[in-house]
Design a protein around this ligand. Structure first.
Ligand code: ZN
Length: 254
């Protein structure tokens, strides 16, 4: 049975088509691996979209039917059309959830939503990553142990130039000695955003069951929920105000 949370898994999908070593790690593309993980979970209905589709696969209709969008990009952030970035941002403000994965820290959409450079340190040295749960009661960490261990990953290190997270769920330690805030929650407008660090394209990180569990938990956490309607603009008073004459457009006709 299809789940009630509609997830669109977006991927740049260039590395996998241009480099056969990466294609061997992700024969269905990174989006295919992420979608397969979510697709096994009864909570979700999953579709995918990629950069080189018309409108990057993110038409108004697709986004209107998306509760949570996941975003993986790396080498082609600049090829993402600003109009589409604007469209995604508007949907986040309306309440769509956004999961920002790994090198999407430098995506246009994440930088725009954060308002900082989102820069960081990095190194490709095949090193061990230990992702510590630092908010054990948080729903994104549900079902995990104290930490997730990934034998081989790219290193991301502090300082990570992001706004102070509203909640920090994970901190990574790397064999080379650095640490990194690797699971960070934000709210922008009515939308929930989660940044999750691991997922370099040369490692099968999105096949890891704990990583998949985090992505699924985060998708459920970020999904829009019943909310009080957000009303904006010039407003008639709820109670009469003596001497106040409402603007003409509020006057009854005639
Ligand atoms: Zn990477």
């Amino acid at each position: 049975m299809a789940g009630t949370i509609r997830v669109t898994v977006w991927n740049e999908y260039r590395h996998e088509r241009e480099n056969e070593k990466i294609a061997a790690v992700y024969p269905r593309g990174i989006h295919g691996a992420i979608a397969a993980g979510l697709g096994e979970d009864a909570r979700f209905t999953v579709r995918t979209a990629t950069l080189d589709e018309p409108e990057h696969g993110l038409t108004e209709d697709v986004l209107a039917e998306t509760d949570v969008l996941t975003w993986w990009g790396h080498k082609a952030h600049g090829d993402v059309d600003d109009a589409i970035v604007e469209r995604v941002q508007r949907r986040v403000h309306e309440g769509m959830g956004l999961l920002v994965l790994h090198s999407a820290h430098f995506s246009k959409i994440f930088k725009r939503l954060m308002g900082t450079t989102c820069d960081l340190k990095w190194r490709e040295a095949n090193e061990r990553e230990r992702i510590w749960v630092v908010a054990p009661g948080h729903p994104i960490a549900a079902g995990l142990g104290e930490y997730i261990e990934l034998e081989h990953e790219e290193m991301y290190g502090e300082h990570f130039d992001i706004p102070e997270p509203e909640m920090l769920v994970f901190v990574s330690w790397f064999a080379g000695g650095e640490v990194f805030r690797s699971g960070a929650c934000y709210t922008r407008g009515a939308g929930r955003i989660f940044y999750f660090r691991p997922g370099h394209e040369t490692y099968p990180t999105y096949e890891n069951l704990d990583v998949r569990r985090v992505i699924a938990n985060a998708a459920e956490w970020a999904a829009p929920r019943q909310a009080v309607p957000r009303i904006f603009g010039n407003a008639l008073p709820v109670e009469p105000i003596k001497g106040y004459v409402p603007p003409a457009k509020y006057h009854p006709a005639g």
